[in-house]
Design a protein around this ligand. Structure first.
Ligand SMILES: [Zn+2]
Length: 475
């Protein structure tokens, strides 16, 4: 069941929604903190990244026009989804915008998410990360992350408390007051700049800044009533009344203030939120949120996912078939069916729906990988070659599929190609940050490969990998 190569690791969501602890690639780039601090779990253990074709495609459709308007189209910036229920979005390098599943879940319209992405793009376009780092280096503070969180909390606390615009709450009345005060004003300047830039990008793409304003207002007012709990977004994006008022003023001047998301986009958004609920929430919560009387497609989607995760396969399959009947061209319904079958140990039955999903999604790398997994699961050496072709192509197009190399190793194993199996296992180990194992496996692969062949060279590269210096990227 579900041999994804990360089975031994703790994960909250499985299968098509794979919570992957990304070790090297992303975390190593997190050198310190940006306009948003690195969340606790990101430090050292890797971020709990969720991979899902449907959601990633939607987020890319949200982000692409904004990034283009910001002149960042060529930077290949990706929106990365994190398995975290709190509301948060942040940047910590120049290549990724991170957004929590909780933020997508709380955003009622595409426009609200697009507004958040526009604001974060404002930080990227303004080079805020670099400048804030310089500022922090100047401040020479030992515990910078804690300090910044303190500043955010103080702002939220001061606003919730006095409401009189006095931003100097008790949390920052510390010995390093002067430094903190200058940092605070620095952060606030960057927030204002990101707001302005965000509205500019929204206007350039003929989209309304209304979602951004309403979302920020909602977040700010929620924190008023729940002062014991503040979303991480508010801690790193302090929202004093003045900032929200400024934003509202420039936003309302937009000629696109009343522009609406298309019904098609809203439906995709609702399906995404339903999917998150189905995978992330308890069955009773899903049942309450989407009662059987709700016959909408998103409600049926959420219930079908919840059924496959928590009830019996027969019930789930009947519900998924109903979804397919309603939208026969939707690749993700076939993907869900294949995943449900695969994870129930019915790899052979999973192949056909996954083939359809791969075809309809024009060979999305994650779906190709799951199809390969089903093919390998049939235990037939006849389809091992097809699985290898699928996996190699998926890896080439998407280097962050956590279990692709593990699957590749299994496929080569089925074929009896031990040298390539060792090499793929070495690559799998390297990808999860286990450099010692990677080097051992690569060394063994080298003894089985013709000296100087491309595979031998790849194995040789791995034997020369250096173990990461633990904690090197933490500040
Ligand atoms: Zn910000």
């Amino acid at each position: 069941m579900n041999e994804t190569g990360i089975a031994s690791r703790k994960r909250t969501w499985a299968g098509a929604m794979r919570a992957v602890a990304v070790v090297a690639a992303v975390a190593a780039g997190a050198a310190g903190i940006g306009p948003a601090a690195v969340p606790a779990q990101a430090q050292g253990r890797g971020l709990p990244i969720i991979r899902d074709t449907e959601i990633e495609n939607l987020l890319r459709d949200y982000a692409t026009p904004i990034l283009r308007a910001a002149g960042l189209a060529k930077q290949n910036i990706k929106v990365v989804l994190l398995n975290d229920r709190t509301f948060n979005a942040f940047v910590m390098d120049g290549r990724h915008i991170f957004i929590n599943a909780g933020a997508l879940f709380d955003a009622k319209t595409p426009n609200e998410v697009i507004g958040v992405l526009a604001h974060e793009t404002g930080h990227l376009a303004g080079g805020h990360l670099m400048r804030l780092r310089e500022e922090l280096a100047r401040a020479q503070t030992a515990s910078i992350a804690a300090l910044l969180l303190g500043v955010g909390a103080a702002v939220a606390g001061a606003r919730a408390g006095s409401g009189g615009g006095d931003i100097l709450g008790p949390a920052i009345m510390a010995p390093q007051q002067a430094i903190q005060r200058s940092l605070l004003s620095y952060v606030r300047t960057q927030e204002d700049q990101a707001d302005h830039a965000g509205v500019k990008f929204l206007n350039a793409t003929h989209q309304s800044p209304r979602g951004m304003v309403e979302l920020f207002k909602r977040l700010a007012s929620e924190s008023l009533y729940q002062s014991r709990y503040v979303d991480p977004y508010l801690q790193t994006h302090p929202m004093p009344a003045e900032r929200v008022a400024n934003l509202e003023q420039i936003a309302k001047a937009s000629p696109y203030w009343n522009a609406k998301d298309s019904p098609e986009l809203q439906l995709r958004h609702d399906l995404m939120r339903a999917k998150l609920s189905g995978f992330l929430e308890r069955p009773d919560t899903v049942a309450r949120r989407f009662p059987a009387s709700d016959r909408s497609l998103p409600a049926r989607y959420a219930r079908a996912i919840s059924a496959y995760r928590h009830a019996d396969l027969r019930t789930a399959l009947a519900q998924i078939d109903g979804l397919i009947e309603t939208q026969p061209g939707n690749p993700y319904f076939y993907e869900l069916k294949g995943q449900a079958l695969l994870e129930s140990g019915r790899a052979k039955d999973a192949v056909a729906p996954l083939r359809r999903a791969a075809q309809l999604s024009r060979s999305a790398p994650l779906i190709d990988t799951m199809l390969a997994q089903a093919l390998i699961g049939t235990n037939s050496s006849a389809v091992a070659g097809e699985a290898i072709t699928l996996l190699k192509s998926a890896i080439q197009r998407d280097s962050d599929i956590s279990d692709a190399y593990g699957q590749l190793a299994m496929a080569y194993g089925r074929k009896g190609d031990l040298a390539e199996a060792d090499l793929a296992s070495a690559q799998a180990a390297a990808a999860r940050g286990d450099i010692m194992t990677a080097r051992q496996l690569a060394a063994r692969a080298k003894t089985r490969l013709p000296v100087g062949s491309p595979a031998w060279v790849r194995a040789d590269d791995i034997t020369n990998l250096k173990p990461p210096q633990t904690g090197a990227f933490r500040k």
